[in-house]
Structure formats: structure tokens, C-alpha cells
Design a protein around this ligand. Structure first.
Ligand code: 5AD
Length: 452
């Protein structure tokens, strides 16, 4: 009755929340299973950022609910952003759901499941759906526990929750609430524990991660709380690499740029969402920067770290985006030579200001603009990969590759995945790999022995 499978949709924050829920459930005596067929309980941790993500999870939940015909005690829950966004309304299309838990109530899931199971075992009528989507003060402090059953190279650490930015296209302020930071000491303690377990790389997570603690903690020596946190994590022995996602261009100030010059553990990879290269569209999106000021950040970063890898998010087909607006995006996107990018077709999110803006862009125009950017991305991604041919890269070995005997996957400091022959013993270790093959989407290499 207590085997749980958690399926996660969406961003790294969701992955981290799922892991924390898994750890809480395990502590309560539940077991976690990888295969949904083996589970008594399936929880879907959902994403609302685009309609497609919501539809996928709703379809999945509908499918799962059918299993209740064969197994009366099977439990299905929806948690996370879509639970928060749609709440009770989910029952219109999914009346058989057992559990709907919002983004500030993850820590209540063990209690809710205990209660549901208790009622089901008592053989009474099936309990009505538990809906728990209130706000909760200090909920940011509840995403704390990690699963530590296998040796892990890398871990996510959630340093804050929520977003205060109010971009007109985005549902996240609704699903995640206002920005709340965790205390620095609690984060440091968590990272110390991870390091003691052998974790070498941490990725700090927040919706606008560089605004960490701006309201809660003071600047010191001209340094923002986020840079202070980076410096403190840098001191922790055992941690070799520090990453974070996602920063906002608004708070990408000189202190953070300079941090790259004196914190060698800070990986030279930044995911900095641009969204559009047209100042007119940026304004309509309520993004408080211009194409020029964004470009200046990139230039400064590349001055500080010549080998900086850059990644971004772009939305094509925002309401009112003309061919001229898109052309500005296309030209800037090409000029900035992104190594990586996530390109999204604008998706109407009901309740957001952009949903009711005039001049919604037809789907085929979005498709065309999307493809144009993908072609440019491919060119720059291939150029980057080819530039690595023959070089020796420091790789953190993460896990066996999806396919291939004795093949393992790891990443270089720039977050490029590399596949190479290795052994289980090297998982979680930093090794040196010579790059021998480069295509647009993959790198292959061979271990350089002796230098490890
Ligand atoms: N439509 C399409 N893409 C969106 N994003 C956020 N909201 C929407 C939307 N309504 C994209 C943004 C953001 C990323 C996580 O998702 O590019 O940076």
C-alpha cells in the first residue's frame, strides 16, 4: 500500500520539490519506485508555464485514474504549479483525484497520504478529494531534505521561492507566490551536508535567483546577499562547482560579474533569459531592460570570463510581435552567439495580462519564428562543440549514459554533456576527458589517464 511513484513535469525547481517530497515520504515509511506500474500511489508534480505542460499532466492523470477500476485502493495526486493554479477546478475534468496539493504545501503530503490510506483501509466510502493549496508562511524552508541512497555528483538546492517580477506572459507569480528567501545559514548547512555525502556540484535554484535575500538581508561591502551566499558556499570544502539558475537581467550587477573573477568554483555557464530582442516587446512583456542593456551584461561577462558559456530563454509570437520585432530578436540572438537556448512559442495563460492583449500571433507564424531561431542556435552550438575537439575538459561524471555498455555521461564546466567510456567507480568524480567527436547535440571523448 505504500509504494510511491513521483512523476515530474517542468523546471529544475519542480525536480527539486519532487526529490524533497520523496525524501519526506521515505522518512515516513513509504518506498519510492521508479516504475509507475509498481506503484500504489502516483503523484504528478506539475508545470503550468505553458498550456501544453498542463494538458500533458491532465491526460496522464485521467489515464491513471482508470487504474482505480481494477484497484480500488490506487491513489492519484496532483501537486505543484498546476494544483496551485487550477485547484478545485481540476475536479471538473478529473473527479476521481485523491489529492491536490499546492506549491506551499509539499511538506503536508505524508500526512495527507497517511489519512487517505487510513480511510481506504477502513473499507468505508472513498474519501473525498483532499485539496490543500493555501499560502503558508516560511514554506520556503520546507524544501530541505535530499535522497541520499546513491552516490550523487550533483545536487539542486532551493534557496528561495516565488517571484515578484510580474512579467505579463507568466503564470509563475500566481503558482509560486511572492519571493521568500531561506536564511543563509540553513542553506550553508544543507550544502555542507551534501558535501559530506560526496556531492561535488551544487546548483542553487530560485525563480529570480540573483534577487536572493534582497528584502531580507543587507548588502555588505557593496555585495548583494546572493554574492555573499556564493562566497560562503565557495568556502565549503568538497564542493568543487557552483551553478545557479535562473538569474534575471535586472539584478545582474557588477558584484555578480566580478564574482566570476575571484570564485574559481563558479562555473562559466549562465542561463540568462532574454525573452525578446525588441525593446517594444520587452516593454509589453514588462521586462525591465533593453536589448542594449542585456548586451552590455553579456559583454561584461565575456570580458570577465572569455570562455563564458551563455544560454537563454526566448518567447516567439508574444501578442503584437511584428515581423520587425522578430527581426530584432533574430539579429540579437545571432549576434550574442548563445551556446544553448530554450525557445518557446507564446502560450496564453489565463489570468495574465498578455492573455487579453490584442494581436495574438497565429500559430504558423510562431512555428516559423521558432524554427528560424533553432537554425541559428544549431549553428552556434555546433561551432562551440567543434571548438572543443581535441581539447581536454574537466568532467564531473554523473551517471551511466542512457545507451551503450560502459558509457558514462558527465559535464564540463560549461554544462556541455560529454559521453565517454568509464567505470562505475568514477561516478561522482572529476576526471579529464579528451574530446574526440563533436556534433551539434553531442560530444564524445576518452578518459585521459594519469591526470585524474
Ligand atoms: N508562453 C511561452 N513561454 C513562456 N514562458 C513563461 N511563460 C510563457 C508563456 N506564457 C517561458 C519563458 C520563461 C520560461 C521558463 O518559460 O521564456 O523564461
Amino acid at each position: 500500500m505504500n509504494r510511491v511513484h513521483i512523476k515530474t513535469y517542468g523546471c529544475q525547481m519542480n525536480e527539486r520539490d519532487s526529490e524533497a517530497v520523496g525524501a519526506m515520504l521515505r522518512k515516513r515509511g513509504y518506498s519510492l519506485v521508479d516504475n509507475e506500474q509498481d506503484a500504489d500511489i502516483v503523484l504528478l508534480n506539475t508545470c503550468s508555464v505553458r498550456d501544453q505542460a498542463e494538458q500533458k499532466a491532465i491526460g496522464k492523470a485521467g489515464h491513471l485514474n482508470k487504474r482505480k477500476r481494477r484497484n480500488q485502493k490506487f491513489i492519484v495526486g496532483i501537486m505543484g504549479c498546476m494544483a496551485q493554479n487550477r485547484g478545485q477546478d481540476l475536479l471538473d475534468s478529473l473527479p476521481d483525484l485523491d489529492l491536490i496539493v499546492g506549491t506551499q504545501k509539499f511538506h503536508q503530503i505524508p500526512d495527507h497520504l497517511d489519512n487517505i490510506i487510513h480511510t481506504l483501509q477502513a473499507q468505508g466510502p472513498r474519501p473525498s478529494t483532499v485539496i490543500d493549496i493555501e499560502e503558508e508562511k516560511d514554506s520556503q524552508n520546507t524544501i530541505r531534505n535530499h535522497l541520499s541512497d546513491q552516490k550523487k555528483a550533483s545536487a539542486f538546492v532551493s534557496i528561495m521561492q516565488g517571484c515578484n517580477m510580474h512579467c505579463t506572459f507568466c503564470i509563475v507569480p500566481t503558482t509560486r507566490g511572492a519571493e521568500r528567501a531561506r536564511p543563509m545559514e540553513a542553506i550553508l548547512e544543507e550544502v555542507q551536508e551534501l558535501a559530506a555525502e560526496g556531492v561535488k556540484e551544487v546548483t542553487l535554484l530560485g525563480q529570480t535567483v540573483n534577487s536572493y535575500g534582497l528584502r531580507e538581508f543587507p548588502f555588505k561591502d557593496g555585495k548583494s546577499p546572493f554574492v555573499q551566499l556564493l562566497e560562503a558556499i565557495h568556502e565549503i570544502s568538497g564542493i568543487e562547482r557552483i551553478r545557479f539558475t535562473s538569474p534575471h537581467p535586472k539584478g545582474f550587477k557588477q558584484d555578480l560579474i566580478e564574482a566570476y573573477t575571484y570564485l574559481p568554483k563558479l562555473c562559466p555557464y549562465i542561463h540568462l533569459p532574454l525573452q525578446s530582442g525588441s525593446d517594444r516587446i520587452l516593454k509589453l512583456m514588462r521586462r525591465p531592460y533593453t536589448a542594449k542593456s542585456y548586451t552590455q551584461i553579456v559583454e561584461k561577462l565575456r570580458q570577465a570570463v572569455p570562455d563564458m558559456y551563455l544560454s537563454t530563454d526566448i518567447i516567439v509570437g508574444f501578442p503584437g510581435e511584428t515581423d520587425e520585432d522578430f527581426e530584432e530578436t533574430r539579429v540579437l540572438f545571432d549576434a550574442l552567439r548563445f551556446d544553448m537556448a530554450y525557445i518557446f512559442k507564446y502560450s496564453i495563460r489565463s489570468g495574465t495580462p498578455a492573455a487579453t492583449m490584442p494581436d495574438q500571433v497565429p500559430q504558423e507564424v510562431k512555428e516559423r519564428r521558432n524554427q528560424a531561431l533553432l537554425d541559428i542556435l544549431e549553428k552556434h552550438s555546433l561551432a562551440r562543440n567543434q571548438s572543443l575537439l581535441g581539447t581536454v575538459q574537466e568532467i564531473l561524471v554523473e551517471a551511466p549514459a542512457k545507451r551503450g555498455e560502459n558509457l558514462y555521461m558527465g559535464r564540463n564546466p560549461g554544462n556541455r554533456k560529454v559521453i565517454f567510456t568509464a567505470t562505475e567507480r568514477l561516478v561522482g568524480e572529476l576526471v579529464r576527458v579528451r574530446i574526440t567527436e563533436a556534433t551539434v547535440s553531442s560530444l564524445k571523448g576518452e578518459l585521459v589517464l594519469g591526470g585524474v
